[in-house]
Design a protein around this ligand. Structure first.
Ligand code: ADP
Length: 221
């Protein structure tokens, strides 16, 4: 599903990430943890193709058997939109649109039909238990609900891999637990892989794989 070799990233000649190899399989829940500044977001962004690793000849990144380093920017953007989903800590919902409109945006970018997208978004909202919020404005729903809407948006194009950067970082313990349970349920029902930057120990304990970063390197646990 994801195979990476010799991932390095430097900013201003300082190496912030240096990983010999990573393999992530299908239907895995993977936690990336470690102290602040350890390189967690950098790793997530590289695996999610949002940031490029330093270019050197031994470096490689294959996602779904495709070499993402060989893709043009346009091809990469299409690949990302089709196969990868993203959930951020501050959900990044747009207040100019209601809940269902927010959810279908990645589908509209993929040129899918609006009617079909609304039907699918409604199905997803039912699974997430928030179908009643369909026409609400994101301004008027709770933090836990907003994060569920962000999850729904990440699912609209049925991606194979979902990347989440501290998705429960802004939630209370109960809402965090519920969100994590949801990831496992989605994984069980749809076989998706989740790669999650988290400080939540409960989540990392039940993950299939934990990548613990310290100073840009993966620590053995
Ligand atoms: P974490 O997510 O574990 O807190 P990050 O991946 O955000 O860590 O950052 C790792 C290191 O890389 C930090 O020292 C950070 O300051 C640095 N860094 C991250 N992004 C940039 C950037 N765009 N420009 C310069 N330095 C960066």
């Amino acid at each position: 599903m994801i195979e990476a070799e010799k991932l390095k990233k430097s900013y201003n000649e300082k190496v912030v990430l240096d990983i010999p190899s990573i393999k992530i399989g299908q239907s895995q829940i993977v936690s990336i943890c470690g102290p602040s500044g350890a390189g967690k977001t950098t790793l997530l962004s590289i695996l999610g193709t949002l940031v490029k690793a330093d270019n050197h000849k031994e470096q490689s990144l294959k996602i779904l058997d495709q070499d993402v380093n060989k893709m043009s920017l346009n091809h990469l953007a299409k690949f990302r939109n089709k196969h990868l989903g993203f959930i951020f800590q501050f959900h990044e919902l747009l207040d100019e649109f209601n809940v269902i409109e927010n959810i279908i945006i990645p589908g509209l970018i993929a040129n899918k039909e609006k009617k079909m997208l609304i039907k699918k978004a409604t199905e997803i909202l039912k699974i997430l238990n928030i179908v009643d919020l369909k026409f609400n404005n994101p301004k008027n729903i709770s933090g836990g609900e907003k994060q569920r809407v962000a999850v729904a948006r990440s699912l609209i194009n049925s991606p194979s891999i979902i990347f989440a950067d501290e998705p429960s970082g802004n939630l209370d313990a109960k809402n965090a637990d519920e969100l994590h349970k949801l990831f496992f349920r989605l994984r069980d029902e749809f076989g998706q892989t989740f790669i999650i930057v988290t400080h939540n120990e409960k989540l990392s304990k039940i993950s299939d794989k934990v990548l613990k970063l310290v100073d840009g390197k993966i620590q053995a646990r």
